[in-house]
Write a protein that binds this ligand. Structure first.
Ligand code: UD1
Length: 417
């Protein structure tokens, strides 16, 4: 099993390029299924979750080829409607294939995603929404067997919570449905806008993406297109966190500051100076960090749950006491225990974490408990005195392209062993 070994107490400096967004690339790869002609996704990150999505596409009968940063998907021979359990388990978010397969083939069978490292991952909202669109769903033997007895029909669906995956699944199913679909209380994340823009470039008719109500006018068929995956805003936030925790100065390239509107003020409150220009963000974190009063994770445009662990790692090194409230996932503080092994002073009570600033982290043997929690440990390791060894790094590889190579480019000392 691979591990990351980090020699700490380093500063970083220079320019880092941010890769394409995992959370956009995955639904976009699923969306290619709806088009009858090939699609080319540029800026498609080399991540284990993206490779898993490509394996699902290949299993379904698509031709999926990678050329450098681009992935070409030809769906001409798509015939299978089943995603086997083993492929579903490789990537929990594979549930997003459901709406796309149903839209194209009218039938889909996939295994129930089950729980994951962030706690139970219910899909009740996905199922209820698709049922409202005329899909018959049988849940048996751990599988979801979905078919369309009459027609896939557009309808108005109100979500009790703006779930990202549910919004994506409805959009995918609605593109080729009969009539207009409305998604009320839809998720407003930038990745939703990216998916809608891709589908519209393929010939779909989607309006209102980025707002609370999305309208999808069903069309008879769509083709493929060439499209650039948006930059990964969570990776960008991770690099900003790396600069903050090491009191360094860096420049990020290929980023959209607008997608980080709720994140940048938190790092500014910590004392970082941040300037954005064109597709770059400059971060100067040379001053000691200050605590922040309260961070509450929220659906977009609120503070993202995916940046909670990153912010926590940085706040461990800040002067004073910070409070973090996790409102999205019920089990998303597992990294706190690992940070404590490195000297952090964190108390967790339910969905609240209280972080008392410490002088320094100390290198230790720790384990990545989930994707962003793993990245938080890398940041702690960069600033720690001594050596940190992180195991279970398969979680980190799901969302960061060779994190050690990128951070080493700006002065970190990380080895993969
Ligand atoms: C997506 C992101 C993930 C991010 C999350 C929240 C991808 C691949 N993943 O996950 O990185 O952390 O958005 O921004 O894009 N829920 C239900 N029933 C459902 C669906 C969701 O109860 O049917 C709950 C979930 O358990 C969770 C909350 O709603 O507590 C948010 O989930 P959702 O927005 O759907 O997140 P994902 O799409 O799974």
């Amino acid at each position: 099993m691979q591990r990351l070994v980090i020699d700490g107490n380093t500063k970083i400096s220079g320019e880092l390029k941010v890769h394409g967004a995992k959370n956009s690339a995955l639904p976009l790869l699923a969306a290619t299924i709806l088009g009858k002609t090939p699609s080319v996704l540029h800026n498609c990150p080399r991540l284990s979750d993206v490779f898993a999505a490509c394996r699902i596409l290949s299993y379904l009968g698509c031709k999926c080829v990678r050329e450098n940063d681009s992935v070409i998907v030809d769906t001409a021979n798509l015939t299978h409607f089943e995603v086997p359990d083993q492929l579903m388990r490789e990537m929990r978010s594979s549930i997003v294939f459901l709406g796309a397969i149903l839209g194209r083939l009218g039938r889909c069978r996939l295994s129930f995603p089950g729980g994951c490292e962030l706690g139970p991952r219910p899909i009740d909202m996905h199922i209820s929404a698709l049922r409202q669109m005329g899909v018959s769903i049988k849940e048996e033997y751990g599988y979801l067997d979905c078919s369309i007895p009459k027609e896939l029909k557009g309808t108005a669906i109100s979500l009790s919570f703006p779930s990202v995956g549910t919004t994506e699944n409805i959009m995918l199913a609605a593109v080729l449905a009969n009539g207009e679909t409305q998604i009320r209380n839809a998720a407003r994340e930038p990745e939703i806008i990216d998916l809608a823009n891709f589908l519209n470039a393929c010939g779909a008719k989607i309006y209102g993406q980025g707002e609370s109500t999305i309208y999808i006018e069903g069309v008879k068929e769509i083709g493929g297109c060439e499209y650039n995956v948006m930059p990964d805003r969570i990776v960008a936030a991770t690099y900003i966190g790396a600069a903050a925790i090491t009191n360094s100065e860096i420049c990020l390239k290929n980023v959209k500051a607008k997608d980080l509107e709720s994140v940048l003020p938190v790092f500014e409150e910590m004392g970082c100076s941040i300037y954005s220009y064109s597709d770059k963000i400059y971060v100067n974190a040379l001053r000691p960090l200050n605590c922040v009063k309260t961070i509450r994770t929220m659906p977009y445009p609120g503070f993202p749950t995916d940046v909670q662990a990153i912010a926590m790692a940085a706040l461990c090194k800040a002067r004073g006491t910070s409070v973090i409230v996790e409102n999205i996932f019920e089990n998303r503080f597992k990294h706190a225990g690992e940070l404590v092994r490195m000297g952090a002073n964190i108390k967790v009570e339910g969905k609240v974490a209280i972080v008392e600033g410490i002088q320094k982290f100390y290198g230790a043997q720790v384990e990545a408990t989930d994707l962003r929690g793993g990245a938080a440990l890398v940041l702690a390791g960069l600033s720690a005195e001594g050596q940190t060894t992180i195991s279970n790094i398969k979680h980190i590889d799901r969302g960061y392209e060779r994190i050690e190579d990128n951070l080493n480019l700006v002065g970190a000392k990380i080895k993969r062993v």
